[in-house]
Design a protein around this ligand. Structure first.
Ligand code: NAD
Ligand code: AKB
Length: 326
């Protein structure tokens, strides 16, 4: 029997996903019942004004525990992390933030008997030796990045806390997330967001992966919906816990550019692959999310055409108001 989710702490709330997930969680659970937190100081915008904010590092076990006690938190949505491209610049920092942060969240959940910890994983768990097309839920996990190593260890840690301590830990292997609100924070899939901003701003983009690079991606509304659906899923139906493959769409960088060209005919792209090409090449091109579909009814709604139409409409409106990058 799971406990009720009523008071949520979101770590990494100022990031690409946190900035939108926090707003949706506040809409569902009440503004004062969702505490946003980040290493960075509190924002002045909607996120900062709508509900409580705490500046705390997830690596600070005492500080994080104090925040949870002060706000009577029963659920942690743990988003604070160092992503794949930034992680390669300082692997020890990535290990420290991603692993110490997660174990702190899980220990708090064990100690304070929280209802749930949700921590996203990533397609970065995959690497050499696994099928690249329709990558299965259960396969070889040999990532080539420190980020991927922390995500594999994180999944195992979540499953360990489920089995050893009965903590309700849940996680999803997000593909690259595309969104219009907050720019991504140092991942390999960032080109799939940057390309829209550049298309609207100046009609051209230099892409850091090759034209034929094909990766799994997902639009933010599906990411938010799927994340909350998993949080609220009946625990008795869950066979998996910390490692659900989550699929939506797959496209190459060239196909992405072509979808933008349907709206901006003169849009020009050049391709100059850098160190992130090797990371992209080590990841799946599409993934099999049957377990998520069977165990908590996961169904994405957006395809490439719908996403591109929505992204460009939002970014054009902001650009015309002089607020593209806010
Ligand atoms: P992001 O980089 O945009 O945001 C991360 C946030 O964590 C930032 O606001 C940063 O300030 C904060 N942070 C960093 N170190 C911290 C610390 N020590 N203490 C507290 N906060 C700290 O990341 P995101 O894209 O929003 O990702 C959220 C989660 O989803 C991560 O676990 C990430 O691995 C996962 N994920 C994201 C994607 C994607 O495409 N965005 C894909 C797969 C998985
Ligand atoms: C990254 O590129 O690092 C992230 C991810 C897929 O985990 N967007």
């Amino acid at each position: 029997m799971s406990k009720t989710i009523s008071k949520i702490l979101v770590t990494g709330a100022l990031g690409q996903i946190g900035s939108e997930l926090t707003t949706e969680l506040r809409r569902r659970y009440g503004d004062s019942n969702v505490v946003a937190s980040d290493l960075k100081p509190g924002p002045e915008g909607e996120l900062g004004q709508a509900g409580p904010f705490e500046q705390v590092s997830v690596t600070d076990a005492e500080g994080l525990t104090a925040v949870c006690i002060r706000h009577n938190i029963d659920t942690i949505v743990h988003l604070a992390a160092i992503l794949s491209a930034t992680g390669e610049k300082d692997p020890l920092a990535a290990w420290h933030v991603n692993m110490t942060g997660l174990i702190n969240a899980l220990e708090i959940a064990r100690d304070l008997e929280l209802a749930q910890v949700l921590c996203p994983s990533s397609i970065a768990v995959f690497g050499a030796g696994c099928p690249r097309d329709n990558t299965p839920q259960e396969t070889v996990l040999k990532p080539s990045t420190i980020y991927g190593v922390t995500k594999v260890a994180g999944e195992l840690l979540c499953d360990y806390y489920v089995g050893r301590y009965g903590v309700d830990a849940r996680g999803l292997r997000y593909p690259g997330i595309v969104s219009a609100e907050t720019l991504p924070g140092g991942g390999t899939t960032d080109y799939a967001v940057e390309i829209y901003y550049s298309a609207v701003e100046n009609g051209e983009y230099t892409c850091f992966v090759s034209e034929d690079t094909r990766l799994p991606m997902m639009y933010m509304p599906d990411c938010i919906k799927g994340t909350i659906d998993l949080m609220e899923a009946d625990p008795d139906r869950l066979i998996h816990h910390g490692d659900f493959n989550m699929g939506s769409m797959s496209f190459s960088a060239g196909e992405l550019a072509a979808s933008i060209r349907e709206h901006i005919p003169g849009f020009r792209t050049t391709y100059r692959p850098d160190y992130r090409q090797a990371i992209a090449d080590s990841w799946p091109s599409s993934i099999d999310d049957t377990a998520a579909r069977d165990e908590w009814d996961w169904r994405p709604e957006y395809d490439l055409q719908a996403m591109t139409g929505d992204m460009l409409a939002k970014l054009r409106t902001r650009h015309e108001a002089g607020l593209l990058y806010r």
